[in-house]
Design a protein around this ligand. Structure first.
Ligand code: AMP
Length: 612
């Protein structure tokens, strides 16, 4: 059958407007009576799963009443349900957590015992995720009209996946989404009209994926109205890629041929439908890229861009100055808040400043509860994730409509896919309301001290890694007196820096190769998400140890005390962010060492079989 003419496939202005209106009405509806929606969602989850082993064991016996649910079901962390998760991963198909078959595991960037957490999911969750994605552009269109008339240049990638011993696929949530028919076979929609053909997004080779997406983005530069990636770090990596490879890209555009490094046949075929010899465009790109300054490169190469769509809340805020530089201050738009456990909510005021971003949780996505985080004299007093909640603490949880303006809470979810009262690990602050639904600032991920990309390193992991590394110092009678760390994002990709103050008693100084071994040992000891970032994604640079002069950490303490810290309670921070402190440390650096190679990493949990 001949392909229908393109014009006929295009949605009319009327249907775009109509769809936007319906979507905005949906948001109005669910935010007007969020508690009714939440009650229905919980009742639906509990009735669908009335017979699952986990709920029966806790004595719920098919009851869907919210108060009884709260009384009998404990608030948990991943470690509490790890035995159930392991059973499912090993092939137990009985209804352990959910009455519907677990379709796959989503591998979270949050880790447990050094390995990614495995989040169970079911087929129908894909629809919920699609629903949330479907809210984003109608919201955006209220602030930036005409986006349906052009394209989005998004750098999107899949990651490797593996199989559990029981045969379930385990992969990151976005890989699952991009490989699903919801994404691959999406009907024509002007809002999901991207410069990157699906084949380039689904390419498993990250160089070929990035090259072909950049090439297609450059070829269609005048059509691009918005640019982005999921996280800020990913977008900056794309700019860095352009810095390295623009000459090759220009060559391909000039000649209308794709160079031989792109070997994936489906990528080649898809790109060749877009690539046409265009010496004028090639000259223009060459001229812009060879200028000394790359300030505003986004607006120079993609002149119709209205905004940069990337998450810059949470740890990603460290990339805001770099993005401002490359984009000449275009709005940085954070559209959504989501996780492997569940997609949570959207930003209804997307053009606001990054520091003011708040997310409205969509009450149909899951049942949400909130554990208050108490602040005493400026110190945050919350229940560590490693500790079970006492009965009193369990009673402190409040519902979505009962949160208080300005108060911080830890998010707890009950999902359709079998998580019940699960602590996500994020701390949120109530910033306002949309109708009766609260809107939250993302405050932090609990316990995380270092993060460059999707890696999340906590203090305990860092401490263990340092402990493993210092054993290399023993033969030299050298000791680590104090240390702290810093996520250095001034390099691309960013990297972890550890500041070490040593006391060397032996007569031979510690050789550089030993300190390099220390760097590598730290990397080997960090979790698999960090190591994947180093090895496979290349999103994290080599770890660096900076040796500081004797007395540096005393100076650090003096400085903290001068700023008002109590002398009795002072503890060396295990991570620093405040620029004057980083400066104080850098000023006293006597030598620097980098990890000489990448740490070991293979996809999947240690003992599993890999698909690719
Ligand atoms: P993952 O389970 O690997 O998908 O990671 C989900 C986590 O990423 C969330 O629990 C948050 O800690 C973080 N995250 C997701 N969306 C945002 C956002 N919009 N702002 C800040 N952090 C986010």
């Amino acid at each position: 059958m001949p392909e229908a003419p393109k014009e006929q496939q295009k949605a009319t202005d009327y249907s775009v407007a109509e769809n936007n209106k319906k979507t905005l009405e949906f948001i109005e509806d669910v935010t007007k009576k969020p508690d009714d929606v939440q009650k229905t969602v919980l009742a639906e989850i509990l009735s669908k799963n009335a017979h699952v082993e986990y709920l029966k064991r806790h004595g719920l016996n098919g009851i869907t009443d919210r108060e009884i649910f709260k009384k009998v079901i404990p608030v948990i962390t991943y470690e509490d349900i790890q035995p159930e998760i392991n059973l499912i991963a090993n092939g137990d198909k009985s209804h352990i957590l959910c009455s519907q078959p677990i379709s796959e595991f989503l591998t979270s960037s949050g880790t447990s015992g050094g390995e990614r957490k495995l989040m169970p999911t079911i087929d129908e969750e894909l629809e919920r995720r699609s629903l949330l994605y479907g809210l984003l552009m109608p919201v955006m269109s209220q602030f930036v009209p005409g986006l349906e008339k052009g394209k989005g240049m998004y750098f999107l990638f899949i990651k490797s996946e593996c199989k559990t011993p029981g045969g379930l696929v385990a992969r990151p949530v976005l890989t699952s989404y991009y490989k699903s028919s919801h994404f691959k076979e999406r009907p024509y929609d002007p809002y999901t009209n991207y410069t990157s053909p699906n084949e380039t997004i689904l390419c498993s080779d990250s160089y070929q994926g990035m090259y072909s997406q950049m090439l297609c983005g450059l070829c269609q530069n005048n059509e691009v109205l918005r640019v982005g990636a999921v996280f800020a770090s990913g977008f900056i990596r794309a700019i860095r890629f352009l810095e390295k490879h623009w000459s090759l890209l220009c060559n391909d555009i000039r000649t209308g041929t794709l160079n031989s490094q792109i070997t994936d046949p489906s990528v080649r075929e898809a790109v060749m439908k877009i690539l046409k010899a265009d010496p004028e465009l090639a000259n223009f790109i060459e001229q812009e890229c060879s200028r000394q300054s790359w300030q505003g490169i986004i607006t120079r190469l993609w002149p119709n861009t209205k905004y940069v769509d990337v998450i810059v809340t949470g740890t990603m805020s460290q990339y805001i100055p770099t993005l401002d530089y490359y984009s000449n201050g275009l709005p940085l738009v954070c559209t959504m808040y989501a996780s492997s456990e569940c997609y949570f909510g959207v930003n209804l005021n997307p053009l606001c400043k990054p520091s003011e971003v708040s997310y409205t949780l969509i009450p149909t996505m899951a049942y949400f509860e909130f554990l208050p985080v108490h602040k005493n004299n400026d110190t945050t007093n919350s229940v560590p994730l490693s500790k079970s909640l006492s009965e009193k603490e369990q009673q402190e949880l409040v519902d979505l409509v009962d949160v208080k303006l300005g108060q911080d809470y830890e998010l707890v979810v009950t999902t359709y896919a079998g998580l019940y009262r699960y602590r996500v690990g994020d701390v949120l602050r109530v910033a306002g309301f949309k109708n009766s639904a609260p809107q939250f600032n993302f405050i932090c991920r609990k316990n995380v001290v270092l993060s460059i990309d999707s890696d999340k390193t906590d203090e305990v992991e860092l401490q263990n890694a340092v402990k493993n590394a210092v054993s290399h110092l023993i033969p030299f009678d050298a000791h680590l007196i104090e240390y702290t760390s810093y996520a250095d994002t001034t390099t691309i990709p960013g990297h972890y820096v550890l500041y070490w103050e040593l006391s060397v008693n032996g007569s031979t100084p510690v050789p550089p190769s030993v300190l390099e071994d220390c760097c590598l040992t730290i990397e080997e000891s960090l979790n698999s998400v960090y190591r994947q970032g180093r090895v496979s994604d290349k999103s994290i640079g080599a770890l660096e140890i900076k040796i500081v002069e004797a007395g540096t950490f005393d100076k650090l303490m003096d400085y903290a005390i001068s700023l008002g810290a109590s002398i009795n309670q002072y503890k060396t921070p295990r991570c620093v962010k405040f620029a004057p402190i980083v400066e104080l440390l850098n000023f006293r650096v006597v030598s620097c060492y980098f990890s000489p190679k990448c740490p070991k990493w293979t996809p999947g949990h240690k003992q599993w079989i890999n698909i690719d």
